[in-house]
Design a protein around this ligand. Sequence first.
Ligand code: TRP
Ligand code: ZN
Length: 881
Amino acid sequence: MNARPEAASQPIRLADYRAPAWRVERVELDFDLGIDATEVSAKLLLRRDPAQDEPLRLDGEELELLSIALDGQPLPASAYRHIPGGLEVDGARDGSVLETRVRLHPAANTALEGLYLSGPRESGFLLTQCEAQGFRHITWFPDRPDVQSIYTVTLRADRARFPVLLAGGNPDGAGELDGGRHWARFADPHPRPSYLFALVAGRLEKIERDYRTADGRDVQLKIWAEADAIGRCDYAMDALQRSMRWDEQAYGRNYDLDVFHVVATHDFNMGAMENKGLNIFNAKCLLADPDSSTDDEYRRVESVIAHEYFHNWSGNRVTCRDWFQLSLKEGFTVFRDQSFSADMNSAPLKRIEDVSLLRRAQFPEDAGPLAHPVRPAEYSEINNFYTATVYEKGAELVRMLAGRLGAAGFRRGTDLYFSRNDGRAATLEDFLAALGEANGIDLTPYLAWYGQAGTPRLKARGAYDAARREYVLTLSQHTPASHDQSRKQPLPIPVKLALFGADGRMLPLHLDGQAVGTEAVVVLDETEQDFVFRDVAEHPVPSLLRGFSAPVALECDYTPAELALLLTHDPDGFNRWEAGQQLALRAYDALRDGAGPRAVDTWCDALAGLFDDARLDAALLADLLTPPGEIELAERESTVDPARIHALRQQLQQQLATRIGGARLEARYRALAAQATAALDAASQASRRLKQRVLQLLALVDPAGASEHAAVQYRDAPGMTDRLGALAVLALHDATRSAGPLAHYRSRYANDPLALDKWFALQAQLPGEGALARVQALEADPAFTLKNPNRARAVLGTFASGNPTGFHRTDGASYRMYAERLLALDALNPQIAARLATVFNGWQRLEPQRREAARAALAGLAGRDGLSRNLTEILGNMLKA
Ligand code: TRP
Ligand code: ZN
């Protein structure tokens, strides 16, 4: 069989959607599990759509067919045939039962899709990953989300080698078999699509807790991990319980099976997967303890646990009709997990984190050759569409809708959405219809957001008429053309706003003759509109797009003094930070253009003024002291020189550090260091965050003093946040002094893959001429392997996206090396190769020398034979424009 028959296949189009001609009402699966060979029997009860006259076609890839029977009769070879990516079977009727048996080879599966082995063959365990189209690597089936079936799954295996057998659903019997083998059966009463199927088998330990849902169901929660990791699952268990309670309260959603399993693996393509009743997690998103996890990682565990749990309703009970609707479950579920995290932690800090991610990951995607709408119109490889646009921009669109309806209205809408679509495969139209109907509001104008790529530019201009005491805010929008669409339509853009007086207080607002308090939302739904505020006592400073009320790029010609006023006084924590970012951008531009010190001084003075403000949250101060990152800075340039951007940003931070002053930084560092603990409460986390930022700034004015502190901090660190932070500062500023601690860390965590990933990533990030050689040395470390996605990402992904000076060498050597690795990775794991290839996004705007080097590396790679459909599609898009 051709290993990659699909590489050149036609794109799939939303417009071509047809309801399935055949459905599967029930499916019984029977697995004889083994590391090298597993046999799968499937028994499908088929239902035919009487309105269609299609033959029975089943998806299946790389399956070794052992037997096939229809309604109890073995099928002669003439009664079925292999077609590209599947099997066609003659003679099936409504109510027919099809039985197949196939053989799989889990240990040979390096793509980590379908059934595969995690860990070494002697001790590792078997597991599955089916989203989006992995089930067809397990058995013949109509592998599409609008085919929902009742599953019964039986697992059989050697008891000593596979003591634990798990599948989604309620336990439905278990027992012994001859020859030291055993079996276990699972039955799921809820119809579900094939992409939510999962099994796990091997030597695993568990922690367990009882949970009673708000509607009175007793549920056993079980988290499973290998023996060396089971001690690090308690935080995830706590987070799971918090998530379950929160979803009961915030959305009225209860869990619906008697058991809920969560399993950790080190071999995983993404963060985690919401399989019904059996969530499977990348260990990176599940395991946490103070000694090996940073504060950021703790928050990530909490949010991913919540995300996957929330999918039980937004994704599983109500699923997607087709993969074009992916954001129906992902955008909505990201919005849900963001809201949960905001409730558990600090809402403004969470908003800052999410918007930063949007700007760093989604805005560039939306502006480059991979741009696509939140609901794409076509794709070649669906795995390439698990993107920042579908997830993060998708979440922003749900947030806009929620804002439009208000909390109570949004809840009415989601209640209607869940009840009306329970057990169904829905579309984004179904979502908007339910939200709208529950509130008597037509939300269809918002559909336009789902069909149009690109980040809208929102321009704001204010004019004050002192005689009439009137303030006119003129808003206009423009979305730049993208490769797939030259003309864009205006979108409904909700702009939450307030007006500030010169004393820093918010002014009362009168809109359309009504007093509306001090905050209002205006919706721009045309190309340009005026909004008139009456009875405005003085020339105001507007605070626009508060809380980032729409995923747009705002352009407003504030004076630096106006921004400084917002930075000092805006009670909206997000906009306060945003004013600081805007000031920083002006300072950066002034530095770049040699425009004199004024803008830099304004930014530095404002922050220096806030530096000792005891009322300011320490974590917010840390974020305020951080200018926009290099990717964001590069997005604003038409020609990008990454080394120059890096140098300018360093210079900017150096000026800030100088303005605050070494003595104040030093004093603040000492005060924060004196409180060092491993405690996880918000105040302790905030203090660590600020301490790290202060240490980084101190290193820019006093490198010797800072590395002295870092060495001590490394030695005495009570937890990973302090340990890793110190190591990073040392490695960056003091190569000699960092050698010992780096070696110490390497041996201390030799048996902890997640901690080792951080060691690899930290060094892959170190800037400068030596970076490429350093990365090659990391690849020579015995612990390096391309086969483990976390490790490959830690070294190669970090190098390409976190090391601008090292990756973007003018001689192109890093690009060539990276392209070679992508080729090697593609042969092992196409999903990871394709994802890592996206780091070239934006290459067309590089300055000419680098651009040509990047083009040559990409074109050389694209010219190789036998590339996967995944990588082919990304490279094709990248080189098309
Ligand atoms: N649905 C998963 C989530 O967002 C992500 C996912 C999609 C995934 N495809 C995958 C995870 C493949 C692992 C492998 O929660
Ligand atoms: Zn998800």
